[in-house]
Ligand binder design. Structure first.
Ligand code: FES
Length: 106
């Protein structure tokens, strides 16, 4: 059954940044948007490129490989992969912040 796990302190990433963390052994990317945190699958659903570590601009993370764009708040693919038009959304995860620790439900 899914449950919350500690993922990282809130000060690990600055606004506009993302990071990859392992949550119960599962790779999750976390984005900080003006102090609000969002969690989504770390690997791009197109061909598996890591999304964690990429910048977030106006709530959008762009894959470094084929430029798919995803809204990190919802996981929605807002621009498909260049070349084949792949446009699968990202899986997202529920988040809570407790005592300045970001916790992710997986
Ligand atoms: S691997 Fe991310 S867009 Fe292709």
């Amino acid at each position: 059954m899914p449950q919350f796990y500690d993922a990282m302190p809130t000060d690990w990433i600055k606004p506009g940044e993302t990071a990859t963390v392992s949550v119960d052994g599962f790779p999750v990317a976390i984005a900080n948007i003006d102090g609000e945190f969002f969690a989504f699958q770390n690997l791009c659903p197109h061909q598996g490129t890591t999304l964690g570590g990429r910048p977030v601009v106006e709530c959008i993370v762009t894959c470094s490989q084929h430029s798919s764009k995803y809204d990190v708040r919802t996981g929605k693919c807002v621009a498909p992969a260049e070349g084949d038009g792949f446009d699968q959304d990202l899986m997202t995860f529920e988040i809570e912040v407790v005592d300045e620790v970001v916790r992710v439900k997986v």
